[in-house]
Design a protein around this ligand. Sequence first.
Ligand SMILES: C[S@@+](CC[C@H](N)C(=O)[O-])C[C@H]1O[C@@H](n2cnc3c(N)ncnc32)[C@H](O)[C@@H]1O
Length: 395
Amino acid sequence: MPKREDLSKAKKNKNDEFYTQYSDIQKEINAYLEYNPDTFRDKIVLLPCDDPEWSNFTKFFAQNFERFGLKKLISTSYAHESKKINEPYQLTLFESESPKFDEKKTKVKGKIFILDRDKNKSGKIDINDLDWNYLEGDGDFRSEEVKKIRDEADIIITNPPFSLFREFLAWIIEAQKQFLIIGSINCITYKEVFPLIKENQVWLGNGMGRWISGFIVPKGYELYGTEAKIDSDGNRIVATNSCLWLTNLEHGKRHQPLQLMTMEDNLKYSKHKDIKETGYPKYDNYDAIDVPFTDSIPSNYKGAMGVPITFLDKYNPEQFRIVGLGNGAELFGPTKIYINPVMHKNGKVSNGNAINRVLVYPTTENAKVFYTADNVDYPLFAPYARILIEHIDSE
Ligand SMILES: C[S@@+](CC[C@H](N)C(=O)[O-])C[C@H]1O[C@@H](n2cnc3c(N)ncnc32)[C@H](O)[C@@H]1O
């Protein structure tokens, strides 16, 4: 019987076993190739935290090895026993029929798959030339063994375990590699991620949310809601709508300017009722206006603007500068400290200290949720995480 801590770890880590669909990988990678057909030429591409027998990254890159002009493709997988999941072990024919198969190693060792030559002398390098072996260890990306493989690579591509996302990104950054990985939309607000985005060292890939159409989940994963389906190959798919690609590979979308209206035109013609009725509230604790929709950013506003984090999907560094993140005092520097803040929610009151860490603007007492404090005589509203931006030409 599994131990209690193994079960709770499995529950916590269940999203770690979300596998990426082939079509989603293809769609994203195509966008880099459209911008620069040589993105992967003569490069060593590493796909860690993969499982080539089950996942699509290795399949996709192996099938396109020659078209992309790759120098070498390496992928590594994590040992079944180390995963601490409640899924039975499934041995593949690929492994069991190989002369390298080892009953003692199969569950406890990671594996490495390498493609760099026409092993079967078919005249082309493709998935049938994939060579493999057991690793010395379990394939943990943090191990010295996998770090050495990382250091050899030029570009790292994967959908890493969600529960280790921060550590995984740090692992890439410390080795100064190019990369393309999947993460949750909320990762934008992580203190380990946002400063890299602000400094334009890291940016979003070609899409977020529905752009990633869903993940393949293991047999034991409980499907829920209308967002779950079984595809024509029998794969069980969950559409999360909450993920994005994060990268430092160049692509064309980030250089397309957003088409915007002036503030006056937005106030007159915006399709958003809120903008026409309320306009752009000024924050109470920072010199900026609140812009609740990316398409309502006024083209002629000279100053800082708080926009939803989904703005980053449209962020063009030649058009805008990022100046802060409105959900951590250290990330934007509030100009006011609220004394004894109180949160009012559906008629109940509780500690409102949160407003000392976020952007807030004056509201009315009709709001469902609002804050009060000893040093202000009006109620305050805290919109969901905002990124502070300025037009580049606003000086
Ligand atoms: C989100 S899944 C994605 C799998 C595959 N890359 C894909 O996109 O289809 C993450 C994978 O990383 C593995 N994993 C979890 N912890 C790991 C670790 N510390 N080191 C390496 N791999 C790990 C999981 O078991 C899982 O197979």
